[in-house]
Design a protein around this ligand. Sequence first.
Ligand SMILES: *Cc1c(COP(=O)(O)O)cnc(C)c1O
Length: 369
Amino acid sequence: MSDSPIPMVDLKAQYATLRGELEPAMAQAMAATQYILGPNVQAFEREAAEYLGVRHALGCASGTDALHLALAGLGIGPGDEVITTPFTFIATAEAIRYVDATPVFVDVDPQTFNLDPVAVERAITERTRAIMPVHLFGQPADMDTLNRMACDRGLLVVEDCAQSFGATIDGRQTGSLGAAGAFSFFPSKNLGGFGDGGLVTTHDDAVAEQIRSLRNHGQTARYHHPQIGYNSRLDELQAVVLRHKLPHIDQYNAERRRVADRYDAGLADLTVETPFRRDGARHVFHQYTVLTDHRDTIMQALKDASIASAIYYPVPLHRQPAFADAAVPASLPIAESLAERCCSLPVYPELTDAMVDRICGVIRDAVGG
Ligand SMILES: *Cc1c(COP(=O)(O)O)cnc(C)c1O
C-alpha cells in the first residue's frame, strides 16, 4: 500500500530473515545453560575482534557501559579532562562522569557533525587525558588528525562507535583506531541485539585484562577481587543473536548506503542539505540526517503522510541541565545550529527504493521544488 506507515526503523523484516537459523540456535544456548560468559560470548568476542581488526573485543552489558569500561580500563579518573562533542547522545559524556572525570565540550565540524580537530586542539590543557570522538550517524570522525594530535600531546583517543559498526577509514574499522573503542548493540543500532549489549575494543593486552576484570566485579581469579568492579557482561543469548547477524553486517550497511544514495538523488535539487561523506571513509548511515530551515514544515508533512522522522539531537549536551555543573562553554554555535536544523529520515536495510521515493516526494511537496 502506498500510504502504509513508514517507521524510523523496522526490526521485523530482519528478524523474519534470520528466524529460521536463530530459533534453533537460541534453543540450543538455552538448553546448554551456560548463561554467563558462555561459549557464544567467547566466540562472538573472537569473531568481532577479527571483523574489527583488533586484538581484543570484550562484551559488556551496553554501549554506555562499554564507554565507561573503556575510560576506567585506561585509568582515566578524577581530575582528568576528556574533550568530547556536545552533539551526541548523552551516554558519551555520562561515561566521563561515571569515572569522575570532567567532560570538556568543544564545537563540531558543520559538514560531518563530528569533533572539529581545531577546536579540540584549542581546548587542550595540562589536565587533558583523552579525546573522545563519536562517529556520529555512522560517519567516521577525523581520526587521522585526532590521533596525530593525541600522539604529539601524549593523550588517549577513545572512540564512541555506538553508531558506526562497520564504518571504515582507508579500509580500517572504527574501533580499531584509538586506545579503545566502544560499541552498542542496542536493537536499533547497525548491529542490533534483542536487548541491551555492548563491546569494548583495544589492541592493548594490559588494558584488555583490566576491562575483563572490571566488567566482572574486579575479579582476577574466581572470588579474588583486587579492585572494585562492575557487573557488566554481554548476555549469552544476545551473543547468539549477534553471532548470527555479524556475517551480514556489510550487507546491512550496504543497504543503508543504497537508501542514502537514493535520498541524496531524490533531495538533490531541494532546499535541504544532504549528508556529507568524507573522502576515503565508509559512512554506514546509522542515521540519514539532513539540515533544513523548514524542519517543522517537513516533519508535519511527513507525519500527515504516516512517515516517521526524528530530531537527533534537539539539545546539545552543553545545554543539558545534567551538565550544568561542568565548566560548559556559554555557546558552541555550530552544535546549536545543527540542533535547530537537523532532521533524521527513516533508514534501515529493508527500506525499499519505492518507500524512499515516497518520502522524497512528500518533502518535495512540503518545501516546493
Ligand atoms: C546508543 C549510543 C550510546 C549508548 O549505547 P547503549 O547501548 O544504549 O547504552 C552511546 N553513544 C552513542 C553515540 C549512542 O548512539
